[in-house]
Design a binder for this molecule. Structure first.
Ligand SMILES: [Zn+2]
Length: 292
């Protein structure tokens, strides 16, 4: 599942479309879209047999020139000069690709044909992702203000304040996008391992020195992963808009390494389900809390 480094890599690889004009938009899967007037969450989550309405002209930036590419946490926004924006969630398997060929592929849901002949495609095999058409910058800010601060620049005192209010294990709090935006299962395990914090420890028990180590680890690991183009796992699901894979998976110290030796102390890493997600940690470097 794409997390902050993967979404940032997609954003950077989309920069070549800034300045391009969208000539027309083809909607192949209406349920992958949410436009103003749709039920909250869109038709894919609406109850019963609701017939999706047609997409209003211009809502998907048809006729507009692409001026901005922004990101907050795991969300990407493609914006025009007049404030309209497309908010994209990649979900589990979502991709945004720039293609030279007009040939459609399986799971292409929305296709933006640019005036210069290129295509920008939203493709999503498992369809947990989607595209939200936002009418103005206020709508985008409202959504992003409901999320926590972007994890790439989180500072220790802000992180500690946010964790202190949580009665959950720290792993669950880090995965909560309203607490901190951008961290998912991979980078939560990597950051907790680097900061020597057990994933089941209560978030509210984090002291100032723990928060300092954890915030530093989150920033350092996310930045290194961005520099490496993100983590493409063995399933090969993730790649950026140009089709390039990321190489950070070769540097994972905890995620996906249960049963292998800790890179720091050589003790065998263990795993269990915490916060409904498989979590991997070192039983020596990340000591268990006294009560869980
Ligand atoms: Zn260790």
């Amino acid at each position: 599942m794409p997390e902050l480094p993967e979404v940032e890599s997609v954003r950077r690889s989309l920069l070549p479309i800034v300045g391009a004009r969208v000539e027309r938009v083809a909607v192949r899967t209406r349920r992958s879209l949410v436009v103003p007037g749709d039920p909250p969450g869109g038709f894919s989550r609406a109850r019963g047999d609701v017939k999706p309405r047609p997409v209003p002209r211009g809502a998907l930036l048809d006729g507009a020139t692409i001026k901005r590419l922004d990101r907050h946490g795991k969300q990407l926004a493609i914006g025009s000069g007049d404030g309209r924006a497309l908010l994209i969630h990649l979900g589990m398997t979502g991709r945004v690709e720039i293609r030279d060929s007009p040939r459609a592929q399986t799971h292409d849901h929305v296709v933006w044909a640019l005036a210069d002949g290129r295509r920008v495609v939203f493709n999503d095999a498992r369809r947990f992702g989607g595209v939200w058409a936002l009418p103005d910058t206020a709508a985008l800010h409202a959504r992003w203000n409901a999320l926590g601060p972007d994890a790439l620049t989180i500072d220790a005192s802000d992180l500690r304040e946010r964790l202190r209010r949580s009665a959950r294990p720290i792993k669950a709090a880090l995965l909560d996008q309203a607490v901190l935006a951008g961290v998912g299962n991979i980078y939560a395990d990597e950051s907790l391992h680097a900061a020597r914090i057990h994933p089941a420890r209560l978030a509210s028990s984090i002291r100032a020195d723990d928060a300092e180590r954890l915030a530093g680890a989150i920033r350092r690991i996310l930045q290194a992963a961005v520099d490496a183009g993100g983590s493409t796992l063995r399933d090969g699901t993730y790649s950026d808009a140009s089709g390039a894979a990321g190489s950070y998976a070769t540097r994972h110290a905890a995620y996906g390494r249960a049963g292998e030796p800790c890179t720091r102390c050589d003790v065998t890493l263990v795993s269990d389900v915490i916060a409904q997600r498989t979590s991997v940690w070192c039983p020596r470097c990340q000591r268990a809390p006294r009560c869980v």
